[in-house]
Every structure is written in C-alpha cells, then in structure tokens.
Design a protein around this ligand. Structure first.
Ligand code: SAM
Length: 328
C-alpha cells in the first residue's frame, strides 16, 4: 500500500500522459505555450502500462485518472486505457480533458473500458472562451461533452475555474446549463500553479463567493453522504437530485483525507500537487529496475508526504512545475 507517515492510504493515481496542450488558458500558461518535454523523456506506452500495472497489482491503486497537458492528444491513449482496464474490471478509470477531440474519441474510449470524463469548461460565452483559452473552440468542447454523455461516459463532470472580472458572473448560468444537460458541475478555486506565477490570493474567487453567487438563484443543501476523500464538497441544488460541487483547495483544504498520488508524463512520482520534490521512476525503470524495486521507490516517495499543501503558510513556495506539467 502507498501509505504515508500520517496514515493516509493513496489508492487514487492521477497519471499525466503528456505535458502538451492544445489550449492556452491564461491562468495556466503563457500564449506561446511552454518548453514541452523532449520526446525521449516522456514515458512510452509500454512504460506507462508497466508503472500502472505495478500500481494496481502491488500498491493497491483502485482508481486511475488520465490527465495532462491534454490527454486526448496522446496518440496511445486508447490503448493505454485498454491495457489498464485489462488489469482489473473493478478499477475506476476516468480522463480529465478540455473536450477537444472528445466527439471523435468518446466511442473508442468507452470501448477501451473508460468509465467517465471530467471536462474542463469555464464559460458558455464564445468570446470569453476565446479570451480565456486563446482559442476559438467552444463549439468543439460542447460537442465533446454531448458525445461523452451519449457514449455513456457518465456522469460527465464539468470543472470550472472562476476568474475575477472575466467569468465570475457566470456561476449561475453554468449551473443552469449543466443541470439542463445532466452534467455535474464543480467549481475549482484557482490555485498557485500557473506557469507565469501570476496567482494572487486577493484576485482568487473563493468558495464563499461562489456560494454567495449561487445562492442568489438556487438553494444549496449539503448532501448527506460522507465526503470521504473526494476533493469536492457536494450540495443538492433546489433539493436535488442535481448537485453542484465546490473544490476549495485554497480556502478549505482537504489534505487530511487526500488519497491521491501523481505520476508525471516523464515518470516522476509526486506525492502532492504542491510537492517540491519528486521521485524518479523513469530513470530507475530505464536502468533495469525490477517491478519490486520500482514499487519500493514508489512506496518511499509516498512515505515522505507532508501533512498539507502549505498554500496558506507564510513560507509557501509554488512548485517548479506548473499544473499542466504535473497533471491536473
Ligand atoms: N487539459 C485537461 C483539462 O483541461 O481538463 C487536463 C489538464 S488541466 C491542467 C486540468 C484542470 O486544471 C482544468 O480543469 C483546469 O481548468 C485546471 N487548472 C489549471 N490551472 C489551474 C489553476 N491554477 N488553479 C486551478 N485549476 C487549474
């Protein structure tokens, strides 16, 4: 098991399959993109498959989320999903995506054994979409969401980040739209993980503000089921059954219940999104390490996990890798 010194068990793997992205969201990366990982540094499909197998067979991983960068632009994604599904029928498999290309790939992903998708969408307005993502692709995202829903990748969860003065007036519209389409909407507080290091606490739209905006038009009541390790606090909307989630990583951290472990596209284990240290599995793997040795390295990397992400500590330092290079 991937256990840390505080007794947390990590059975939820978020694996980045590429650091590249086809959008350029202003709060994530600069217009020109980033210095992408050189191809030889990125894990091959076989290497990804082997590390997932070690995670599942030896280390108790029960849930695998494929992310990036934009995971749908990884050529081998469908095969990677298929191989992962072949390990165990009961694994929970999902993809976090911006939705571009999802219309084309949803069927193949279902066929490979994917359970569901988390789709990122911050606005319903095409002009705002272009401003936020620096690309004119809102229609493609909408078609992707619909295709995922129709293909059975449900519930389609939609993740939205509200940005002050940009889309923070859209909370209610986004929720109304999500409910009408049977998508589950979750708002994510903006975190200090942008490549430009432009995040400012006083600019961030907080969970409290999100609740205040939503409560102008909807009645929210906390769901009765325990939250467990889920990042989102869930609320019934107008008595249900529709729900809305708020992931308040900054103002209401949930590190004490974290069960997540991250593997970057170049094979580095990160025991926290905000970790400042990584553990290199790729180097060991390519140097001929056995599965047992790789598992031992992975266990050691998790053992040193800190109790919390520390964003609210005066000594907090943003990690060197931005969100897109870690895997959101
Ligand atoms: N490309 C995929 C996507 O768009 O879902 C996966 C990677 S993306 C980095 C994952 C999620 O991280 C997206 O929902 C995005 O909005 C969110 N994100 C990026 N930077 C963020 C930040 N600084 N704070 C909070 N969420 C962020």
């Amino acid at each position: 098991m991937l256990t840390d010194s505080f007794g947390r068990v990590h059975n939820n793997l978020r694996i980045s399959v590429t650091d590249r992205c086809n959008l350029r969201c202003t709060y994530c990366m600069p217009a020109e993109g980033l210095d992408w990982l050189p191809h030889p540094e990125v894990l091959t499909d076989d290497e990804v498959g082997r590390l997932i197998e070690i995670g599942v067979r030896r280390l108790g991983i029960r849930e695998v989320r494929f992310t990036g960068g934009e995971p749908l632009i990884r050529r081998g994604l469908v095969d990677i999903v298929r191989r992962t599904r072949a390990l165990d029928d009961d694994l929970e498999l999902s993809v976090t995506t911006n939705g571009l290309g999802l219309e084309r790939m949803a069927g193949a992903l279902v066929g490979a054994g994917l359970d569901r998708v988390n789709l990122s969408l911050d606005t319903l307005d095409p002009t705002r979409f272009r401003t936020i993502t620096r690309r004119d692709r809102l229609d493609d995202v909408m078609r992707g969401a619909k295709a995922a829903h129709e293909a059975g990748l449900t519930p389609v969860k939609v993740n939205a980040v509200l940005l002050r003065g940009v889309n923070d007036d859209e909370a209610c519209d986004l929720l109304e739209w999500a409910i009408a389409h049977e998508y589950e909407l979750r708002f994510i507080e903006q975190m200090p993980l942008d490549a430009q290091h432009d995040w400012h606490r006083d600019q961030m739209v907080t969970a409290e503000e999100i609740f205040a905006r939503l409560e102008r038009e909807f009645t929210l009541t906390p769901v009765s089921e325990p939250r467990g390790s889920a990042p989102a606090e869930l609320f019934l909307v107008d008595g249900g059954p529709a729900t809305v989630g708020v992931i308040a990583s900054v103002t209401r951290p949930f590190c004490g219940d974290c069960d997540r472990v991250r593997l970057t596209a170049d094979g580095q284990v990160r025991n926290c999104l905000f970790a400042r240290q990584e553990s290199d599995l790729r180097g060991a793997l390519r140097a001929g390490a056995t599965d047992e040795e790789l598992a031992d390295r992975w266990i050691a990397a998790m053992a040193t996990k800190l109790p919390g992400h520390g964003i609210n500590d005066p000594s907090f330092l943003q990690p060197d890798r931005p969100m897109s290079a870690i895997g959101g």
